[in-house]
Design a protein around this ligand. Sequence first.
Ligand SMILES: C[S@@+](CC[C@H](N)C(=O)[O-])C[C@H]1O[C@@H](n2cnc3c(N)ncnc32)[C@H](O)[C@@H]1O
Length: 227
Amino acid sequence: MQDPAFVHEAFAKISGRYVATNHVLSLGTDILWRRKVARLVREMKPASLLDLATGSGDLAMEIAKLNPQTKIIGADFCEPMLEVARQRKVPGVEWIVADAMNLAMPDATFDVVTVAFGLRNMASWPEAVREMSRVIKPGGHLVVLDFSLPTLPILRPLYRFYLHKMLPRIAGLITGQRGAFEYLSNSIEAFPSGPAMCELLNRNGLHSARAIPLNFGIASIYIGQKA
Ligand SMILES: C[S@@+](CC[C@H](N)C(=O)[O-])C[C@H]1O[C@@H](n2cnc3c(N)ncnc32)[C@H](O)[C@@H]1O
C-alpha cells in the first residue's frame, strides 16, 4: 500500500526513461512477460479491455498487437507517463487519465481488466481490486502481472541481494533517481506473492484466482474471474 502523491511524482520524474530502464534491468524479460499476458488475454476473446496503470502503454501495446478486434482503453493517473504512451501511436488504444482507485466507468463495463506492475503501487490493494472487479462484466477476468518472490525459498537470498543492493544502484545510474528504485525493491517485498495474492483477489470480488509464476517466480501473472 503506497502513498499516491509519492508514486505519481516518482513516475513523472522517470517517465522519459521508464521503458529503457525496464528492459535493461530485466534483460528484456519484461517484454516476454507482457507478451504472455497478451496471449492469455487472446484466449479470453474480449470485446473490451481496460489496462489500468498503463504507464507508457507497454502492456496495452502488446495486447493490441495480438487482439486487433478488442476495444482497449489504457488508463493512468500520471499524465507524463501517458504522454509517452500517446507518442507511441498504438492503433486501437484510447489513452485516458484515470485513478484506478476511483474509476468513472459504470459497473460491468469491460470483459477484461489488466494491470501490469501497477497494483503494487496503489494506496490500498483490496480497495483497488474491488474497484477493478466492479467494472468487470459477470464472467469477465482480472489479469494482474507483477513482481513476486521466487517460488523456491533457496533462491530468495540471491534475489534479495539483487533487489536491494544491485538494482537501486544500476537503475540509479541510468535514471539518476536511485530513491525511486529503493522504493521499488521495498514495494516488491511488501506485496502479496503467489497464494497470498490469489486470496486477495478471491476476497475482493473475484473467484477461482490462480497464479502463473514466471522465471522461477520473480514475477507472476494472476487471473481471477468475476462471478
Ligand atoms: C511501473 S508503472 C507500470 C506501467 C505499465 N503497466 C507497464 O507494464 O510497464 C506503474 C504505473 O502505475 C501508475 N499508477 C499507480 N497508481 C495508480 C493509480 N491509482 N491509478 C492509475 N495509475 C496508477 C503510475 O502512474 C505508473 O505509470
